[in-house]
Design a protein around this ligand. Structure first.
Ligand code: ZN
Length: 255
């Protein structure tokens, strides 16, 4: 009897807490993911540091083989030094999210479907080997160039939790079974004012989930964001009651 009542109290306490969590979540009508691609070493370290300063987790998407000596950068925007899986494991251990952004940053719409599937599987296999705790079924695959086709998407939906592609900005709030995530992005120059305007438009809307695809900080990559601007943006956003700032994988793991 005694044990039963303790179990029951624990159960009720558990229900109470999850009801509270759900209520808190319901107030978050504007979910924002700032999704940083390409894995530049300096930018990734700085991005993680800024998110940590605000008690938040960064969402960083990296190319499986970009740290290899024989990696051929797909264009000039990828000429900056990148991190390796030593760094990605460190960032994951610090509470950040690191997700796949292709095997070698090939535009998967420009190769035969069979090659596209092979490159994605090689990318996921590489992550399984190299990144602690990585599981494809919990992963968000971030298409290089946000370029995908219906055929790749249909096949990929069964391989991963969800995938991010282009181009529009507002998704439905995170929910179970959500496979296709659409992001907006901007470049090739500095994105500070564009991003602020995009977020202001979103905050004035009825809500949903804004996924913005950024790249490096300051001078690095396509469409760089100033580190100081990111810092200011996060400090403003986290004071807004209705806003939740969260990486894509974590948003979907919570539903
Ligand atoms: Zn990229």
């Amino acid at each position: 009897m005694h044990l039963d009542s303790i179990t029951r109290r624990r159960f009720l306490k558990g229900v109470g807490l999850s009801a509270l969590a759900a209520a808190v979540k319901r107030q978050k009508t504007h979910v924002i993911t700032l999704s940083f691609d390409d894995g530049f070493r300096k930018s990734s370290l700085e991005t993680a540091k800024i998110f940590e300063k605000h008690g938040l987790s960064a969402c960083i998407n990296v190319i499986a083989t970009a740290h290899h000596d024989d990696f051929v950068p797909p264009d000039d925007y990828h000429r900056f030094p990148v991190g390796d899986f030593g760094l990605w494991n460190e960032l994951v251990a610090r509470g950040h999210e690191v997700m796949p952004h292709g095997y070698k940053h090939q535009n998967l719409t420009e190769v035969p479907l069979r090659v596209a599937k092979d490159l994605i599987m090689r990318c996921l296999d590489y992550f399984c080997e190299a990144l602690n705790g990585f599981e494809p079924q919990q992963a968000i695959f971030n298409f290089p160039y946000n370029a995908s086709s219906p055929a790749i998407e249909e096949w990929l939906a069964d391989q991963v939790k969800a995938f991010r592609t282009g181009y529009a900005q507002i998704n439905a709030l995170p929910h179970a079974g959500q496979k296709k995530l659409i992001c907006s992005s901007y470049g090739p120059g500095n994105i500070d004012s564009f991003l602020s305007e995009e977020i202001n438009r979103f905050l004035a809307s009825s809500g949903g989930w804004l996924i913005f695809n950024a790249h490096g900080l300051d001078e690095e990559g396509w469409g760089p964001l100033s580190a100081s601007h990111l810092d200011r943006l996060l400090s403003e956003l986290k004071t807004i009651e209705k806003v939740l700032i969260i990486p894509t994988g974590r948003a979907l793991a919570a539903v």
